[in-house]
Design a protein around this ligand. Structure first.
Ligand code: PMV
Length: 320
């Protein structure tokens, strides 16, 4: 085993992933489509150690987080033929962890690449995406640059790959830095087990992913935007229809969605989305990004993101 360092960025889904067909293999119930951002990278370093350990943002991670990293490393070690050494993992996240800015996606994408390199696995982009999926489903998409389609299916064919799409921007409106009360992993299971709408969600998400791939190929931004906002509300509607009721959006999030509708009425391309947290992310065009950011600046310290690179070995680090 050798030491390695890798970086990956978060992605924001245009068509959301919510619900698993297989919890161990992390196979999604439906395909999803996302944009990898050019900001908020996670940088992860791994090296051989006497036992597995995990340090996050300069501090030892919780037992639960460390166990999750160790379980993921077991998958990597199994792929590498078993009987491999333990490892010390250090990660630095430039986005607030656990607040719906997809730090698990950038985190497990960076760890997948660093660990694959460290344990001597020479993986194709597809297999790297399959591996990242085992850490956190949405991490499969952060392996890919720009717009990604993550296929549902079996272990062998559930990976993300790039698809053609027009230039886009995303304006991040941060509203909350607090950790969510129910993890997406837990909340997805509750939705699947208790929501009467779950089957309709899976069926329509399959159709919407297909439509999104077509809209991206055609460069039809209005269609891409309408599908994006609809998928977000359907996901949050599904989550709210679970027992117990789970809700990630706050009154402030809803206010931002209303402001986004107003910007649209004013003639700008602006469509809202939100993951399992209160923050709202607004999809827009390169031409309208500055005006959308200005229009939303009263709600938070907004950041305009473009399409970013997929996971990469850290430039300049000692990757032997
Ligand atoms: O972070 P994960 O892999 O448990 O999935 C979270 C899924 C959402 O971010 C809520 C939606 C999505 O498709 O990214």
């Amino acid at each position: 085993m050798r030491r390695a360092s890798a970086q990956a960025n978060p992605n924001i889904a245009l068509i959301k992933y919510w619900g698993k067909a297989d919890e161990d293999l992390i196979l999604p119930a439906a395909p999803s489509v996302s944009l990898t951002l050019d900001q908020y990278p996670t940088t992860t370093h791994i090296e051989p150690a006497a036992k597995d350990s995990f340090e996050l943002n300069g501090r030892p991670a919780s037992e639960k987080e460390t166990a999750r990293v160790s379980a993921f490393l077991d998958v990597v070690r199994e792929w590498a033929g078993g009987h491999q050494p333990h490892a010390a993992v250090r990660s630095v996240n430039e986005a607030p962890t656990g607040a719906g800015l997809a730090s698990s996606a950038s985190g497990f994408a960076a760890l997948a690449l660093a660990a694959a390199h460290a344990y001597g696995l020479d993986l194709s982009p597809r297999d790297l995406s399959r591996l990242a999926r085992r850490g956190s489903g949405s991490a499969a998409r952060s392996i890919v640059s720009g717009v990604a389609l993550w296929h549902a299916g079996t272990d062998a064919d559930s990976f993300a790959e790039p698809i053609p799409a027009p230039e886009m921007r995303m304006v991040v409106v941060p509203l909350s830095k607090t950790r969510k009360k129910v993890s997406s992993r837990e909340a997805m299971r509750i939705s699947r087990e208790t929501s009467p709408y779950y089957e309709a969600w899976v069926r329509t998400t399959r159709a919407m992913s297909e439509e999104m791939v077509e809209a991206c190929a055609a460069g039809d931004f209005a269609r891409i935007g309408a599908l994006t906002e609809s998928s977000a509300w359907r996901m949050h509607g599904l989550i709210a229809s679970s027992a117990p009721v789970i809700r990630y959006l706050t009154p402030a999030s809803v206010e931002v969605f209303d402001a986004v509708s107003q910007l649209r009425e004013d003639g700008l391309a602006a469509y809202g989305t939100a993951d399992a947290g209160a923050n709202v992310v607004v999809l827009t065009t390169p031409d309208d990004a500055a005006a959308v950011a200005t229009g939303l600046s009263e709600y938070g310290d907004v950041t305009v993101c473009g399409p970013g690179e997929g996971a990469r070995l850290e430039p300049g680090a000692r990757n032997e």
